[in-house]
Design a protein around this ligand. Structure first.
Ligand code: F8G
Length: 255
């Protein structure tokens, strides 16, 4: 950081940087960020280090340019659901899904809650694309409220597949990878013991104790975790003036 001091950068802006870095080195793939925060991150990546990322309007159109959130400047092709499945099965996609529950191996639930899942206590979205995504290509997660309700010992139904569901070398799972989980508290991966969740960086101002208190299982690497990097002055300008001038990021992660 040169022109902006750290205390001017909001937590939401650190989350944008962390979401952008999900796509670091991705090249020409289909980026599918499913939430506003992950979308701002993907668009920042496209305007900085990843110009070849394919992005959409979140419905069925590929975007030629990189518009502000909620605006459609142009579109350069169609990507209706049947074509989404073609790309998905080719593996040239990285989705960032949300999650209602995630366990220490990365099993994810966004479908329903309750011990008897045939009679759920609360029905959410259903499994949606989670099983097919997580077995075919890179699947990361964005969680705006890191809490013990989301990060649970076990999930009520597995939608996105975790690392304890298969043996290393099982060919059916050769494309399964969960590169990152980004939350309002930090960045995590699955390089902990036995492929469990590990802290990579915590956002400035977040303590290891805070993460431990808000997670329903032990998080590896908390003592050694680094600090999420500052945005550059140019990245801050792009976030604030180009991609998210209306401040949607602050609705997901209030200052
Ligand atoms: C709970 C809990 C909990 C929540 N325990 N109760 C309850 C108990 C509680 C809360 C209330 C709200 C490719 C592809 C696809 C497609 C293609 C194929 C996908 C075809 C497209 C269509 C399809 C999936 C994309 C996402 C989801 C993004 C989010 C949300 C959220 C919910 C899911 C986290 N632990 N937790 N409750 N979709 N969205 O009563 O009330 O619930 O709780 O890829 O689809 O089919 O396939 O967040 O919920 O990735 O991330 O935001 O609404 O904020 O407020 O927590 O207690 O709070 O009052 P939310 P929340 P209360 S890919």
């Amino acid at each position: 950081m040169s022109e902006n001091s750290t205390d001017q950068i909001t937590r939401a802006e650190y989350c944008v940087i962390a979401c952008a870095e999900i796509f670091a080195g991705a090249g020409e793939i289909f980026a599918s960020p499913m939430t506003p925060m992950a979308t701002i991150g993907a668009r920042l990546a496209r305007l900085t280090t990843e110009p070849d990322l394919l992005i959409t309007d979140g419905e069925y159109r590929f975007l030629g340019q990189t518009p502000p959130l909620g605006k459609l400047i142009d579109f350069e092709g169609y990507i209706p659901f049947p074509r989404v499945f073609d790309v998905l099965q080719a593996g040239t996609r990285h989705v960032v899904m949300g999650a209602n529950q995630i366990d220490k191996y990365g099993n994810q639930n966004l479908s329903a809650f309750g011990e008897d899942i045939q009679k759920p206590t609360r029905q959410m979205f259903g499994l949606r694309g989670a099983p097919g995504n997580s077995i075919n290509h890179a699947t990361s997660y964005w969680v705006g409220k890191h809490s013990t309700r989301v990060f649970t010992e076990s999930v009520d139904i597995v939608c996105g597949i975790g690392y304890d569901r298969y043996e290393e070398g099982d060919p059916a799972f050769r494309f399964h990878v969960i590169p990152k989980i980004v939350t309002n508290l930090g960045v995590f991966d699955f390089s902990g013991p036995g492929r469990t969740m590990r802290a990579v960086t915590l956002h400035p101002g977040v303590t290891a104790e805070q993460v431990a208190e808000n997670t329903g299982f032990e998080v590896a690497g908390l003592a050694e975790a680094g600090v999420t990097r500052d945005p550059s002055a140019e990245e801050l300008r792009i976030i604030r003036e180009v991609i998210d001038p209306r401040g949607f990021r602050n609705r997901e992660v209030p200052a």
